[in-house]
Design a protein around this ligand. Structure first.
Ligand code: ADP
Ligand code: MG
Length: 678
């Protein structure tokens, strides 16, 4: 291998890893997300909008225009009419293909544009007159930048030659469940035969899809059953409820626990008194009050003379937790230690000492907690806030702090998982749900405002602050470039500072040093800063009750859960709160649906459901990060019958065909098995 080839194949491997592909078996399970019908040509005049179709014609004209921004515009003609092809991003290769006089096929969706019918970013292919059309449907794979469909198709083809295609489902089971054969199903989906119909394939109702989905569910059930058994075989310290300090804390709180909080507290209290480790997810919408539930559990550990640690994904959040916990627990005579990456050396050393000696039973921190220098020998309970923000290894690292025994684990997440999802996904992750918000919150009013009316939004901010309230102004994530994102935030900050001269405007973004971030957040918390311009760093957990207005720019670029999380930053105090979503035209279909969903409901579960629908479960709660064997193909709502069948089959496989059960796990989780242990 030459250095260049090695480098190229290294890059390819990296891209495949990004897609969760580590070996040939993974490639076979990397199934098309949809198919395109390139077997036909549609005359330009007969194009229907809203569906992807293919046309063929001669390029009549092509030019690069600069208004409103740089783009390549070409006009294509066939016997029936002309069509505009528009490219906002394009490579020289495309430009070359679209020189006047050349013949191309274009595949895409047609819309009515300013100059009549047009396709934006169609896929184009240079052809010669009369060139044969493909005979079968074209699979479209989930891909990533730098990895072309054609390359994936080739890789999959090779995988068919190398990977095992054995049917791991015992014949008797397969028959009684009336399922299609494994190899046939795989081949059908990757390389549909010429008579395959787009409808059944896209709806995933075809028997080939059912077979894949069944195996996926079966592998999941088997792995969950194994995890359950393994967990119960581990020892953990029994943290019996002592009740004395807990009662005092509850009494001292300025509020009464909600019914949902009490239920969760009881469930956790019971679990951590068991001699095997708890594995529980505390799930509750933003603002549902998860922190106090965690504090009460931590207190139970301390009452048993063991340590409890709370790990949060950002410095801002960790510090906020530290303050809350110290406020609640120090009056009870308990020391709370605090660790963060930005801490001064001397302070850190002192904290480490307190933690090592066990003088501090309660510890709060960021990732700094899992560093090797931190000795948490007496750790009885580990709490991970916003658990989906952590990699699986990071969560596991906390567990490994203790020799011999495992600590109890409490994971917290504000990303609500629809109940059906939670139950069947997480047979080995018990779930407590806070499905009730503390009383006295006024509902948040959501407004959608077009970009052009930005001035009115600024006036709203002015009004809110004049009444003594505070506002967040969130700038969007710009995926392509962190620098651009930063630049946008800084520009917005400058503009707002000029426009709202009478107010103090602050800026917080990911490039600030932790101490600087903390300083800005502090000032905001103390109302010394009235308007906080922020990138998405504020997304998780920040609690500033006086902030009642949230402005989100380019809201159409945010994911649904993200919008929900951001909106949850307001509406935490008694004042009426609002969230203004500023969007830019034109909206994509998906963007429009996201905005509609966030506008129509504030119910986190409903939002999660729609999010799931819009994104597909594969992406849900950062699939690859979550450590839970998420489903890529089966749909828990549509495929309930398969879930039931898979549950029963899992039991039978483990009892009667343990080798096949293991092979199935290897096939589905293979190189990722490690990730699924959590
Ligand atoms: P989250 O679930 O988003 O982490 P927090 O734990 O930050 O929510 O709680 C949000 C706010 O609600 C905090 O200010 C907290 O003190 C307060 N809170 C929690 N439980 C209650 C309750 N039962 N009644 C009133 N306020 C509560
Ligand atoms: Mg929280």
């Amino acid at each position: 291998m030459t250095a260049a080839v090695r480098k190229a194949s290294f890059a390819l491997t990296g891209r495949l890893h990004k897609l969760g592909i580590f070996n040939d078996a993974d490639l076979l399970l990397h199934l098309p997300m949809r198919y395109e019908d390139e077997t036909r040509l549609t005359p330009i005049r007969a194009l229907a909008s809203g569906v992807s179709q293919q046309v063929e014609g001669e390029v009549e004209h092509a030019e690069i225009t600069f208004r409103p921004r740089r783009q390549l515009v070409a006009r294509l003609r066939d016997d029936s009419g002309t069509l505009v092809l528009r490219f906002l991003n394009f490579y020289p290769a495309i430009q070359k293909m679209l020189e006047p006089g050349k013949r191309v096929r274009a595949f895409g969706e047609v819309r009515s544009g300013f100059w009549g019918e047009e396709m934006i970013h169609p896929r184009v292919l240079a052809v010669t007159a009369g060139e044969a059309l493909p005979q079968a449907l074209t699979p479209v794979y989930p891909a990533t930048a730098g990895l072309a469909q054609s390359a994936l198709r080739k890789l999959v083809g090779r995988a068919f030659e190398r990977a095992s295609l054995a049917d791991l489902l015992p014949e008797s089971l397969r028959r009684s469940l009336k399922l299609a054969g494994w190899e046939r199903s795989l081949r059908y989906l990757h390389q549909p035969p010429t008579d395959a119909r787009l409808g059944a394939l896209d709806a995933r109702s075809h028997p080939a899809w059912r077979r894949i989905k069944f195996d996926e569910l079966l592998a999941q059930q088997i792995s969950l059953r194994k995890a359950y058994v393994e967990r119960r075989a581990h020892a953990a310290a029994q943290l019996h409820p002592q009740g004395i300090l807990t009662a005092r804390l509850i009494e001292a709180l300025p509020f009464a626990l909600t019914g949902a909080q009490r239920r969760a507290v009881d469930e956790i209290a019971r679990d951590i008194a068991q001699p095997y480790p708890m594995q529980r997810l505390l799930q509750g919408d933003v603002g549902s009050g998860k922190t106090i539930v965690a504090a009460l559990a931590m207190l139970q550990a301390a009452e048993n003379g063991l340590q409890a640690a709370l790990m949060a994904p950002t410095e801002i959040l960790a510090e906020q937790h530290y303050r809350k916990l110290a406020g609640w627990l120090q009056p009870l005579g308990l020391e709370v230690a605090w660790l963060s990456g930005s801490q001064k050396k001397r302070e850190r050393a002192a904290m480490l000492e307190k933690i090592a000696t066990g003088e501090a039973l309660l510890v709060v921190g960021t990732h700094a907690l899992i560093e090797e220098t931190v000795a948490l020998e007496k750790l009885g309970l580990a709490v991970v806030d916003e658990q989906h923000r952590f990699g699986v290894r990071q969560r596991l690292a906390l567990r490994e702090k203790v020799c011999g025994r495992l600590p109890h684990m409490l994971m917290m997440s504000a990303t609500p998982i629809p109940r059906t999802l939670a139950m069947s996904y997480m047979a080995d992750l018990d779930v407590s749900v806070l499905d009730e918000l503390p009383p006295g919150r006024t509902p948040i009013v959501t407004k959608l405002v077009a970009d052009a009316r930005r001035d009115e939004v600024i006036e709203r901010v002015r009004d809110a602050c004049r009444e003594g309230r505070q506002a967040y102004w969130v700038c969007p994530l710009i995926e392509e470039s962190e620098t651009l994102q930063l630049q946008t935030a800084v520009e917005t900050f400058e503009t707002l500072r000029a426009e709202l001269a009478e107010l103090k405007v602050g800026l917080v973004h990911g490039r600030l040093k932790p101490a600087e971030k903390a300083e800005v957040m502090d000032a905001f918390l103390r109302n010394e800063v009235q308007v906080l311009v922020a990138t998405t760093v504020i997304e998780v957990g920040v609690d500033v009750p006086n902030a009642s207005l949230m402005v989100i720019e380019h809201a159409e670029r945010f994911g649904l859960s993200q919008l929900h999380q951001l909106r949850g930053r307001v509406g935490r105090g008694a004042a009426a709160s609002s969230c203004v979503l500023v969007y830019a035209q034109p909206l994509s279909q998906n963007g429009r649906e996201r905005l509609k969903a966030i506008y129509e409901t504030t119910d986190g579960f409903e939002i999660a459901r729609r999010d799931l629908h819009l994104r597909g479960p594969g992406e849900f709660i950062g699939a690859r990060q979550s450590g839970v064997p998420l489903l890529r193909y089966a749909d828990l709502e549509r495929d309930v019958d398969l879930i039931e069948a898979a549950k029963q089959a899992a039991e039978e496989m483990q009892a009667r065909f343990p080798d096949a059960a293991e092979a199935l796990l290897a096939r589905w989780y293979g190189g990722r098995a490690e990730l699924l242990k959590a």
